[in-house]
Structures are given as C-alpha cells and as structure tokens.
Design a protein around this ligand. Structure first.
Ligand code: INI
Length: 163
C-alpha cells in the first residue's frame, strides 16, 4: 500500500465558512449552535471562519459557490431546514439545494457539508437539531473538518511521498 490516511485530527488553522438559511430560523439556529460547538471543540481559529446568512435553502448553493470561488476557505458547511408539511415545492427546494451544493463541492474539489434537514414535520426537524438527541449541525461540521484535513494531508503526501 502506498499510504493510508484515517483518523485525522483537524488543524486549528482550517478555515471554515458556514452558510445558513434564515427560513425556519428557529431550527437553523439550533443547527448553528451545534456547528459552532464543533468548531470550538476542535479549537478552530475563529479568525479564519465566516458566517453568511441567505433567505432560504434554495439560496445556499449560489452563496457556497461564491465562497468556494474565493479560495479563502478549506471547507463549507451549509445549514438549513426544509419541512415537507409547509412546503408544496419541497422537492424542488430540497432537491436543488442538495444537487447545487454537491456541484459546488465537485466543481471546486472542496468539502461542502450538507447540513440541511429535510423532514416531514417541524417536530422531526427539531429532534435532529437538538442537543440531547444529536445535532446535525454538529455532525456535518465534524465531517467538514475531517474532509478538509484529509485533503490537506493527501496534498502533503502527494507532494512528498517519502514524508
Ligand atoms: N426555504 C427553506 O429553507 N425551507 C423551507 O421549508 C422553505 N419552504 O417551506 O418553502 C423554503 N423556501 C424558500 C426557498 O428556499 C427560497 O428562499 C425561495 O424560493 C426564493 O428563492
């Protein structure tokens, strides 16, 4: 085996941009609290991080695209809540949001974490955004950090295979 990279521990200088959708803000605020907690627990330097608000989940991809194109960030975390009950166009908003975020990730080779809840009810969304039952904002931020660090170490290994 040439090399293996697993169980990386995120550098404190990783630069993370969070994009948060204001729609269903009371839910997204909980996701954001989880995301902030994940950054703080990994002692990520806040000076390299940014938080951008957009109106709804549909707007997350275009802002993520702008952030990715800036070259200033190692990972992007997208947060939102799309609830089927209140959303006749649920499938368009949720589907385009997911597809758009994934496109940004692939176009830029940048980790873009999908922290957008897509649930049938507000109750289900709140369960996934709570602190006691596990917080999706926390989880996807940990994922973003792992991906950014693994990419960083991969670049290092490929630049210096002996090191
Ligand atoms: N945006 C959300 O983030 N969640 C929703 O549940 C939602 N609903 O219910 O419609 C929603 N709609 C707004 C959408 O994201 C755009 O902001 C809007 O269509 C303007 O482009």
């Amino acid at each position: 085996m040439m090399f293996e990279i697993e169980n990386v521990s995120p550098d404190r200088d990783l630069r993370v941009a969070i994009v948060a959708a204001r729609f269903n803000r009371f839910i997204v605020d909980e996701l954001l609290a989880g995301a902030r907690d994940a950054l703080a627990r990994h002692e990520v330097n806040p000076n390299g991080c940014a938080l951008l608000w957009v109106p709804g989940a549909f707007e997350l991809p275009v802002m993520a695209e702008r952030l990715a194109a800036s070259g200033r960030f190692d990972a992007i975390v997208a947060l939102g809540a799309v609830v089927r009950g209140g959303t006749p166009h649920f499938d368009y908003v949720a589907g385009e949001c997911a597809a758009g975020l994934n496109r940004v990730a692939l176009d830029h080779g940048l980790p873009v974490s999908f922290g957008v809840l897509t649930t049938d009810t507000v109750e289900q969304a709140l369960e996934r955004a709570s602190t006691s039952e596990g917080n999706k904002g926390f989880d996807v931020t940990v994922t973003a950090l792992e991906m950014a660090q693994t990419m960083r170490e991969l670049d290092r290994r490929l630049a210096d295979p002996s090191g």
